[in-house]
Design a protein. Structure first.
Length: 253
């Protein structure tokens, strides 16, 4: 009948040398068939996880993508003047940012506050290195959010260094939540682009930031998810915006 369900449970496995690995299994049921995926994490990760999930609830949230179009704002309908998004973004109850995109020097356009910074494993690997540790500058109280839906092995690389650096600031999205939204993305791509190769429809970090926001926010507003297209007459400044946001950090995250 097309019914789908997700069941998760804890695993404990040995890798053959006597060392134990804690894990999380996701079992997906679809109609009459089921599929099990196993996610194993190092004990150092498990030990940092809280016993209970946080119970955040925000009235409104901003999810800020990394499109260079943020630098051009929008025109007001009443007088045609350009207004930028920075103040509006900061007025939300929580602000989600993506892959460490810069705010310093861009406050007028993207705001200054950060509540959650959702980062993929490539950015986390960079941050775990000594040279990358100076690049994450966020407002006090900001939290780094980790997700990975297709390769749990990424959690093993540099994890101890990340825990030491972001002690008390690090969150991990539940694999079942990420996997469910990964599947939702694929189904939407199939509907919008029938016949497109699967590798052309990989979800962005921005998609998973919006997924998390949908769980903890009463309303969600997206900023900076536009495709890049410099407004007429702004070609020179467009070069700078590409360097600052889109080129470095990706349009949708």
């Amino acid at each position: 009948d097309g019914t789908r369900a997700y069941v998760t449970y804890t695993l404990l496995s040995s890798n053959g040398d006597g060392a134990k690995r804690y894990g999380h299994a996701l079992e997906k049921f679809e109609a009459s068939k089921s599929q099990i995926g196993e996610y194993f994490y190092p004990p150092s990760l498990v030990q940092t996880l809280p016993a209970d999930d946080a119970r955040w609830r925000f009235e409104s949230c901003a999810v800020v993508g990394n499109s260079g179009k943020l630098l051009f704002g929008r025109r007001r309908e009443d007088d045609g003047q350009v207004e930028h998004f920075g103040r509006e973004i900061d007025e939300h109850g929580a602000v989600f940012r993506i892959n460490g995109a810069p705010t310093r020097g861009f406050e007028k356009y993207v705001g200054a506050r950060t509540t959650f910074d959702v980062s993929n494993h490539l950015n986390l690997h960079r941050l775990s290195l000594k040279a990358g540790r100076r690049t994450w500058t966020r407002s006090r109280g900001a939290r780094m959010v980790v997700f990975e839906s297709t390769s749990y092995q990424q959690y093993f690389h540099g994890w101890d260094r990340l825990v030491a650096r972001f002690s008390g600031q690090l969150l991990v999205l539940a694999p079942d939540l990420v996997a469910a939204h990964y599947e939702l993305w694929c189904r939407l791509v199939e509907r919008a682009l029938p016949g497109a190769p699967p590798e052309n429809g990989k979800p962005t970090s921005g998609w998973f930031a919006a997924a998390m926001a949908s769980q903890v926010c009463d309303s969600v507003t997206l900023y900076g998810f536009d495709a890049w297209d410099a407004p007429e007459g702004h070609e020179a400044s467009a070069t700078a915006s590409k360097r600052g946001h889109r080129r470095r950090h990706g349009g949708g995250g």
